[in-house]
Design a protein around this ligand. Structure first.
Ligand SMILES: [Zn+2]
Length: 389
């Protein structure tokens, strides 16, 4: 529970933020359903609708909600209930990447609610891979069809808002999700035994054909990953579940093997269990998506997601819209998504790991009373590791 003193300070900050905000309405604002959270629940109320940017802004200033979400779906009558009466028109295709789904070792040290720099970096890299390795090359979406935003806490959302994506059925969305997570792929389709004409002694009857690096989709990805690791050496190969002896042989003969794989001939690659090998490669290359979105977006087209440009009630950071893939590459939430830049607040901290905001280090703290910039105070208060002092 957030204390009353804390809630009162934060609510004032939220109200002030929305008073001076603009451009918060999503495309087709009047066809979207909105939901709002309180300090305990991210969505406490839903089925709201706003005819215009002005009416949305008026509501945000009046109510100062800690969380603002909207539907990826468009409806004829977004405020109607129950859901079936809204008149579903279509829905953006959404990907939700959250650092906790990456299960980095540091998370067992600092807990799932804290986000350290490693988590921020890993989830940003994962989002870049989603876009650059899957959405653009495999699905053929263009960069300008994508809307990228920081989630406001520990991840990123990518919306595909173009015509064909809007019309995908729930089943098609599930397939997209399975594709990028690398599940349901059959190693027997990737590696094939091709019969050879019988020769004199006639011992070998088939050769192994597999993917070439120039192939599209997963086959090309597996060939490229294998060749990259082959170039790196034995350790990179054993990390792909190739036994040490085989890895040594592969590495020694790498020039020959590379030549073969480049033309799809994997016969030189003596991997005993290609299906285990395949699963390892897939696991390295797949995108870890948030479990919640996987359930919600693929099975529930009525999911509500954070409205870009609004505040996140567990951090006080902005769910900042990111203009391009290049901008995502250099995005630092603890510098680029900061709200509440005015003044400072005295807080009493619990035990808090060191963190950086706007280039300044805060902490580590341990039951300390400190006066810090408002954004740093709000961050700690909303992470429930400090109280107004
Ligand atoms: Zn961490």
């Amino acid at each position: 529970m957030l204390s009353q003193a804390a809630a009162s300070i934060i609510t004032q900050l939220i109200r002030k933020f929305y008073e001076s905000s603009s451009g918060l309405a999503p495309a087709e604002v009047a066809r979207r359903e909105f939901g709002f959270g309180d300090y305990e629940r991210k969505i406490a109320f839903r089925h709201y609708a706003f005819a215009s940017e002005a009416s949305l802004k008026r509501y945000l200033v009046e109510s100062a909600p800690p969380f603002v979400s909207y539907s990826a779906a468009f409806y004829a009558d977004p405020a109607a209930r129950p859901m079936e009466r809204k008149g579903f028109i279509g829905a953006e295709l959404i990907f939700d990447l959250d650092a906790t789904d990456l299960r980095l070792p540091c998370q067992s040290e600092h807990g799932r609610d804290w986000v350290c720099e490693k988590d921020f970096e890993a989830v940003r890299a994962e989002t870049l891979r989603l876009i650059e390795d899957f959405l653009i090359p495999d699905f053929g979406f263009s960069e300008k069809e994508l809307l990228i935003n920081f989630s406001g806490n520990r991840g990123y959302h990518v919306h595909v808002a173009s015509g064909p994506a809007l019309e995908l059925s729930a089943d098609a969305r599930r397939e997209v999700s399975e594709y990028i997570s690398g599940s349901g792929l059959d190693p027997d389709e990737i590696f094939r035994l091709v019969p050879l004409p019988k020769r004199g002694g006639g011992k070998r009857l088939a050769k192994v054909m597999g993917p070439k690096p120039t192939d599209g989709g997963w086959p090309g990805r597996i060939a490229k990953t294998f060749l990259a690791n082959l170039g790196k050496g034995k350790e990179a190969l054993t990390a792909m579940d190739i036994d040490a002896g085989t890895a040594g042989t592969l590495y020694k003969k790498r020039a020959l093997i590379e030549m073969g794989v480049n033309s799809g001939n994997w016969d030189m690659v003596y991997i005993k269990d290609k299906s285990t090998f395949w699963r390892k490669v897939a696991a390295h290359q797949a995108i870890a998506q948030s479990d919640s979105i996987d359930k919600n977006v693929t099975k529930d087209l009525h999911h509500l997601i954070r409205l870009p440009g609004t505040l996140h009630g567990d951090t006080g950071l902005i769910a900042k819209r990111i203009g391009s893939v290049a901008e995502l590459g250099g995005f630092d939430p603890m510098n680029d998504a900061i709200a509440f830049t005015d003044g400072s607040v005295r807080v009493k901290t619990a035990s808090v790991m060191a963190f950086h905001m706007r280039g300044e280090q805060f902490g580590p703290y341990n039951d300390t009373v400190v006066e810090v910039p408002t954004y740093a105070a709000a961050y700690m208060i909303l992470k429930r590791v400090a109280e107004p002092a």
